[in-house]
Design a protein around this ligand. Structure first.
Ligand code: SAH
Length: 271
């Protein structure tokens, strides 16, 4: 067993059940080209490789890379890149490898300390969505984050992250994974989620405005939306607009669905 390093948020997944669930959720097809972030000791990588056309893994830990290269280096459909996924320019690294371009799926047990930035790099943002979206993204994440990703409006977990991610992708809960499924166990429980990037039916006319409204709307928890948005929109005007949309003017940010956020933004954009 390789000694896990704290600075890289290393927790080796050891549960067969969890590994099975991740692989099943990825719905691997022969033609799939997979991107894996943080392969670690390669426990998930080894399961995926026989099922797909190719797999590119990005691992930051140099020592682990040496080990993986030794064990899997001869596997034809496997390419390992050593580096920080967040700053790595994947396209330019892959330019020389014709068999390893344009991954269509992501499957990973990611380092939890950089979940937000990883999601942003995979999906892009409301103003700047990833122009080459993946077919699906299956991730093992901290349970609390998972709950925010697939939360429904009106629930406690529904926050700015929910709106930002759900604007760009459909999010599904796959299964819970207890802390004991890892070595060493992390402090929190985990869950497998699947995101399917998609263009929203009615997009925001002014995506920057939507981003600003969401940020401000959720800035103070439990407050009414019209109070939080006051710096941007006059309270009475917002009350009118909400009534026009048949939304209770006393709503809080977490009560609006993603579509309602967009509709509200679009009404304001026309003004
Ligand atoms: N997939 C493995 C390891 C998960 S732990 C398993 O399931 O057992 C998270 C992994 O991400 C570790 O291998 C860690 O070294 C790697 N990692 C951490 N930060 C990273 C980064 N910025 N870029 C790429 N890999 C990273």
């Amino acid at each position: 067993m390789v000694r896990p390093r704290k600075i890289f948020a290393q927790h080796w997944l050891k549960s067969e059940k969890a590994l099975d669930a991740i692989v099943k959720a990825a719905e691997c097809k022969e033609g799939d080209r997979i991107l894996e972030i943080g392969p670690g000791t390669g426990i998930l990588t080894r399961r995926l490789l026989p099922l797909v056309k190719s797999l590119v893994a990005v691992e930051i830990d140099f020592d682990l890379c040496k080990l993986l290269a030794k064990q899997l280096g001869k596997t034809e459909n496997f390419l390992l890149l050593q580096g920080d996924f967040l700053t790595l320019d994947l396209a330019s690294h892959l330019a020389a490898f014709t068999n390893f371009q344009q991954q269509n799926k992501v499957v990973a047990n990611i380092p939890y300390n950089i979940t937000g930035p990883i999601l942003e790099k995979l999906l892009g943002t409301i103003t700047n969505p990833n122009p080459q979206p993946f077919d699906s993204i299956v991730l093992l994440v901290q349970k609390e984050v998972a709950e925010r990703l697939y939360a429904h409006p009106g629930s406690k977990a529904f926050g700015a992250l929910s709106v930002r991610v759900q604007y760009l992708a459909k999010c599904e809960f796959i299964c819970s994974v207890p802390a004991a499924a890892f070595q060493p166990p992390p402090k929190v429980d985990s869950a497998v989620v699947r995101l399917r990037p998609q263009t929203i039916e009615i997009p925001a006319r002014d995506p920057r405005k939507l981003e600003n409204l969401v940020k401000l709307g959720f800035s103070a928890k439990r407050k009414m939306l019209r109070n939080n948005l006051q710096p941007l929109i006059d309270r009475d005007r917002l009350t009118q607009l909400l009534e026009q949309l048949e939304i209770n003017p006393q709503v809080r940010a977490e009560d609006l669905s993603v579509n309602q956020w967009v509709t509200l933004t679009n009404l304001l954009t026309l003004e």
